[in-house]
Structures are given as C-alpha cells and as structure tokens.
Design a protein around this ligand. Structure first.
Ligand code: ADP
Ligand code: MG
Length: 310
C-alpha cells in the first residue's frame, strides 16, 4: 500500500525529472529564446518542456521561412504557440505572418463579382500600371481622386474609357476596383455583350436577381459596351433602366468601349427612324451625366492566346 510519504517522494522525484529535462532543453538556443518571451515562472514552464521544444522548432522554421509553399511546420502556415493561462500553458496553432498576409490579401477578392469576365483581371493592380505612359498617368490621377473622394456624400463620377482593342481598358478599371475591394467596397464587372445574352436566356430563372444586383451594386463596370447586338429591349429596358436607377442613386458607373460616345450613339440608334435616335440620345445623355469621358491611346497589350473578352 502506498503511504503518504511514498506519494510525496514520488512527486518529488517527478518534479526533479521535469526540472532536469527543462534544464537540458535550455541548452538549445531556440528553446532558451522562446521561453524568455513567455511571461510565466519556470515552475510552470518545466511542466511543458516537450511541447515547448516543438513550439521552439516551429518558431525557428518561421524565422527562416522563404515562402509559404515550403513551410516545414506540422500544419502548413501555422505555428504552435504557447499561451499563458493562470498556472498553466495552453498551446494553440495560430496562422503565421505570411499566411495572415495571404488571407488578408485574398479576402478582398470576394468583394468583386465577375460576370462573364476573365478571372485573370483579379490580379490587376494600380501599382503595375505603367506610369511612364502619359495616357495612363491621367487615368491614375483620376483613380487617385476617385479613391480620395469615394466616401464623400456625393460620390465621384465614373469613367467612359474608350480606345481600341487590347489597350488595357478593362485591366485599368479592374485595378481600381481591386483597390476599392481592399477598402471594403463592393463592385461588379460585367462583360456587357455576354451579360445581355445571358439575361435573355435566364428570363425564366434568375433574370430578376441578376438585373437587380447590377442595378444596385455600389460600383459597376459595364465592360465593352458597343460590342453587343442592339435590340430595343436591351437598350431601353435593360441598359436604360440600369443607368436611370444608378444615376438617381448616385452610384458610380464605369464603361469601357472600343467606340467613342458619338459612335456609341450611332450604334445604339439601330436605324435612322426618329424614335430610335431619341432613345439612343437619352442613353448617351445619361452616360455623359454619370461619367468623365476619357480616351486611351496605346499599343495592343493582348497576347494572341488571350480570350477576346478578357
Ligand atoms: P482592353 O480592355 O482595352 O481590350 P485589356 O484590359 O483586356 O484590354 O488588356 C489586354 C491585355 O493586356 C490583358 O491580357 C491584360 O491582362 C493585359 N494588360 C493590360 N494592362 C496591363 C498592365 N498594366 N500590366 C499587365 N498586363 C496588362
Ligand atoms: Mg476590355
């Protein structure tokens, strides 16, 4: 039968063992550095020597980390961290700095809704715009002003950016939207010709949802307007109604087009019948009210393998 004295001596022995293994572990520089940073007593620390050794090893991996993909820790992107809890230590897996940055960088992506647009523009960044090109400089100035004033009660106007195929119009606006998304602003990029087609096809299903979403989204790009097949339905019921709503609500709206506004007016006229001309004019007037008109002259940046609507 165990006597009280036996139990006490066992406990003493255990304690001695714990202490010895803790002292041994302190020979390791990584271990020593880690325990120095934990605000608790040696009495507490020595109960957790083996887990602290694991944590020290993981922390050291982080200090010498080159990239997340090469993470040497047990759980990629996480490190075991000791946290003081009274007279105990708790060990938790916390995201490392690199993973935290990656998650933060990617969180904004869900703020931009893409409709029939190439996902590659998700990487568009204002920092990558060629500032030596004077044409782009004026766009960057406009972007800066837009970002500075987006939170004003009267929001800045959008852009009607026109220029030939492949000059980077979509890329430029996407880079602004990415910046807005990082600041928590929701936006949508709609490849307009395809969007119109898909609206027609979804007439019996989610047509209303899509249409209302686009009308109300805080910032909108109607990409490649003028490349659509014109119908009076598309022009008056869809485009006219989107623009009317957004104009009244002061919601910034952007357009890219291969056509100038005069050419777009012509395109929207369908025919020379008087009534069509008046309707086309009304659309153009709304666009003029809502945007600054800017022309982009530049070389074609498109690779031959790029999809047309990228
Ligand atoms: P547009 O809309 O004028 O037809 P895009 O915006 O689609 O042209 O640009 C054409 C191609 O060039 C795309 O593949 C786009 O990703 C690329 N591109 C445009 N501007 C840049 C830039 N500043 N940096 C890197 N790639 C760019
Ligand atoms: Mg484009």
């Amino acid at each position: 039968m165990e006597t009280v004295q036996n139990i006490v001596s066992f406990e003493k022995e255990d304690r001695e063992k714990l202490k010895q293994s803790y002292i041994d572990a302190l020979q390791n520089k990584k271990f020593k550095e880690l325990v120095k940073t934990i605000p608790t007593t040696e009495e507490v620390l020595m109960k957790y020597t083996s887990r602290l050794e694991d944590a020290a090893e993981e922390f050291d991996h982080c200090l010498n980390c080159e990239d997340l993909a090469g993470c040497k820790n047990k759980l990629c992107g996480y490190l075991l961290k000791p946290l003081v809890d009274g007279k105990n230590l708790n060990f938790e897996y916390v995201a490392c700095k690199k993973l935290q940055k990656k998650l933060k960088d990617e969180a904004y992506l869900s703020n931009i809704e893409l409709f029939q647009v190439s996902k590659s523009i998700r990487n568009a960044s204002i920092a990558d715009i060629d500032t030596k090109d004077k044409e782009r400089l004026k766009v960057i100035r406009y972007f800066k002003n837009f970002l500075d004033h987006y939170n004003d009660s009267e929001k800045p106007k959008g852009l009607y950016l026109n220029g030939s195929f492949g000059t980077g119009k979509t890329y430029l606006i996407a880079s602004l939207f990415n910046e807005l998304a990082k600041r928590g602003v929701y936006s949508a990029i709609v490849y307009y010709p395809e969007f119109l087609r898909s609206l027609k096809e979804s007439f019996d299903s989610d047509y209303k949802e899509k249409f209302h979403y686009i009308r109300r989204v805080p910032v909108l790009l109607l990409d490649d307007i003028g490349a659509e097949v014109v119908s009076s339905w598309g022009r008056d019921e869809i485009l006219g109604s989107i623009l009317q709503y957004r104009m009244e609500e002061g919601l910034p709206t952007f357009f890219t087009s291969n056509l100038t506004l005069e050419e777009l007016e012509e395109h929207l006229s369908l025919s020379n019948r008087g009534v069509e001309k008046v309707k086309a004019r009304r659309i153009i007037e709304r666009i003029q009210f809502m945007t600054e008109d800017m022309k982009l002259i530049s070389k074609n940046r498109r690779n031959k393998k790029d999809p047309v609507e990228s």
